[in-house]
Structures are given as structure tokens and as C-alpha cells.
Design a protein around this ligand. Structure first.
Ligand code: CP
Ligand code: NVA
Length: 298
């Protein structure tokens, strides 16, 4: 693996290798191989972050590397320096880059011009690190994803939903996207993925029925703030509440990539009842990303 740009570009075999390694690294947290010794990594973020930033900073250090955080807005990038020039400068000085930004093409271009391992830490199109950590959580909580049914509720066309769709297509588990018409995955995107493992359902109760995992994300993704009021109105019926949890399998787990907005995509009660899984999911970002880093430099 040269870069981690999307789930789309990963094979099922690579995903499985990452998840297995993540499990091992989690078990032996403080006996981590020092594969990044003498390396300097840069985090370039033009969007806010808590989990992704902390987990990468800690993960790179635990692997023996040094890490610098750069806010995109404070770089010349923020004043219009082209991505390909930034990439060629950074590539001569640092050993790897982790990028959170808007356009997927910017991360792809950075990878192409920098010549160093590049990781997508969230774009408008995908959030691959999140889904890899979530798969680790599902494996540890449910024993694996084979034969399982995951229900994603909310903005079915957002970065997290899209990465889930690719994951279902690659790994062959069942994914139900519960979303109102305006927030269903774009037809062109579904055509590109071309999978029988993903079903789109408008009725949230029908979608949740018989599921092993109920999963949600914020209704207002970063960059969509101007649409807040409209999104909250249209997505109102897709909140994970007690009724939806009751519709899922008895032992279903509730997952949230966080940050959570109680009273919007999830009720405060469901959030607290399922905090054990949800915060383990957050912790698993660290273990999954350490596995990604190991795979990139080995
Ligand atoms: N889930 C996630 O990526 O969280 P942050 O935005 O805090 O990094
Ligand atoms: N879809 C959300 C994910 C946050 C981790 C966003 O892009 O803001």
C-alpha cells in the first residue's frame, strides 16, 4: 500500500490485513514496533478535528516518529499556493502526510506530487480512517462483519456514508442506507460502486428492522453549515431513538463516528446507553491508524 486515499482503492484483502494488524497493535499498545523512527510526518488540516488529529499525533509518536500539525489556513496554501507546489516542497522535507480537507482531488494531487505516503484524514468524498476503525469495532464487538447487516441513518450521501458503501461492496456485508430522498446516495455514485450489498430505504423503521448495527453521523457535515436549518428539518425523522433501537436486533450495537449532536441525529438517552461502544469506536481510531501507518511504511 503506497497511500491511503479511499476505501474505494483498497482490496478486501488489504482491509482485512489492516484490521487484523490493528487488533494486534491494540493488544500490545506499548510494545509498538518503532517503524517510524527518524521519520517526520506532517498533519495538514483545513477542517476542524479532535479524534483524527489526536489519534494521528499520538499514533505517529507511539510508532517512534515525530509529527507536526499544520493548519491549512495558516499555510501559504490558504493564500492560494497550489496543492502541487505545496506537495513538492513538503515531499522533500517530511516522510509522510495526513491531510484533512474539502476536495478529494486535492489529497490525490498531493499524493501524486509529493512522492511520500499520503493519508486521507477526511474529504468531502470519503473518511476511510473512520470506517477502518469502525470495522475493527464491529469485529471486536460482533465477531466480524460477515453476514451482518449495518444500517446507516442520516445524510446518506456524506463522506462517512460513501466510505461505508465502498466497504460493504468490498467486504460483502449488508448495508442499508436510511435517508430521505434529498439525502440518498447520488445515483451516479451508486452506479460507479455497482453492488448488490447496498440497499437504500426511505422508511427509517423498515431500514433498522433486523439490523446488527445502527450507525449515524452528524446531519451537518463540515462545509455544509449554510444548509443547517434545512438539513435538520428534512433529516428530523432519522434520529436514532428508542423506537429505532427496538426495531433493530436485540443485541444490536449503536455506533456514531462523533462528534454527536444530542437531540439531532441521536437522542441523549441512546447516546449514553451505548457510550461504551461509541467511545471504543473513537479509541479504535488510534489502533486502526497505527496499522495504516505500519502498512504504509513496511
Ligand atoms: N470522527 C472524526 O473524524 O472526528 P474528528 O472530526 O474529531 O476528527
Ligand atoms: N460527515 C462528517 C464527519 C465528521 C467526522 C463531516 O464531514 O463533518
Amino acid at each position: 500500500m503506497t497511500h491511503l486515499l479511499s476505501i474505494e482503492q483498497l482490496s478486501a484483502k488489504e482491509i482485512e490485513k489492516i484490521i487484523t494488524l490493528a487488533g494486534e497493535l491494540k493488544k500490545n499498545r506499548y510494545a509498538t514496533p518503532q517503524v517510524l523512527a527518524d521519520q517526520n510526518w506532517a498533519l495538514i488540516f483545513t477542517k476542524a478535528s479532535t479524534r483524527t488529529r489526536v489519534s494521528f499525533e499520538v499514533g505517529i509518536r507511539e510508532l517512534g516518529g515525530s509529527v507536526m500539525f499544520m493548519s491549512g489556513a495558516d499555510m501559504q496554501l490558504g493564500r492560494g499556493e497550489p496543492v502541487k507546489d505545496t506537495a513538492r516542497v513538503m515531499g522533500r522535507m517530511v516522510d509522510g502526510a495526513v491531510i484533512r480537507t474539502y476536495a478529494q482531488k486535492d489529497v490525490d494531487e498531493f499524493a501524486k506530487y509529493s512522492g511520500i505516503p499520503t493519508i486521507n484524514a477526511l474529504t468531502d468524498e470519503e473518511h476511510p480512517c473512520q470506517i477502518l476503525a469502525d470495522l475493527l469495532t464491529i469485529k471486536q464487538r460482533l465477531g466480524g462483519w460477515k453476514g451482518k447487516r449495518v444500517c446507516f441513518l442520516g445524510d446518506g450521501d456524506c463522506n462517512v456514508a460513501r466510505a461505508w458503501i465502498w466497504a460493504a461492496a468490498k467486504l460483502g456485508f449488508e448495508l442499508v442506507i436510511a435517508a430521505p430522498k434529498a439525502f440518498q446516495p447520488a445515483a451516479a455514485f451508486l452506479k460507479k460502486v455497482k453492488t448488490k450489498h447496498v440497499r437504500v430505504e426511505e422508511n427509517p423503521l423498515k431500514a433498522a428492522a433486523g439490523c446488527d448495527v445502527l450507525y449515524t453521523d452528524v446531519w451537518v457535515s463540515m462545509g455544509k453549515e449554510e444548509e443547517s436549518a434545512e438539513r435538520i428539518k428534512i433529516l428530523g425523522g432519522y434520529q436514532i431513538d428508542d423506537a429505532l433501537v427496538a426495531a433493530a436486533k436485540k443485541k444490536a450495537i449503536v455506533m456514531h463516528c462523533l462528534p454527536a449532536y444530542r437531540g439531532k441525529e441521536i437522542t441523549a438517552e441512546v447516546m449514553e446507553d451505548h457510550a461504551g461502544v461509541i467511545f471504543e469506536q473513537a479509541e479504535n481510531r488510534l489502533h486502526a491508524q497505527k496499522a495504516i501507518l505500519v502498512r504504509l511504511v513496511s
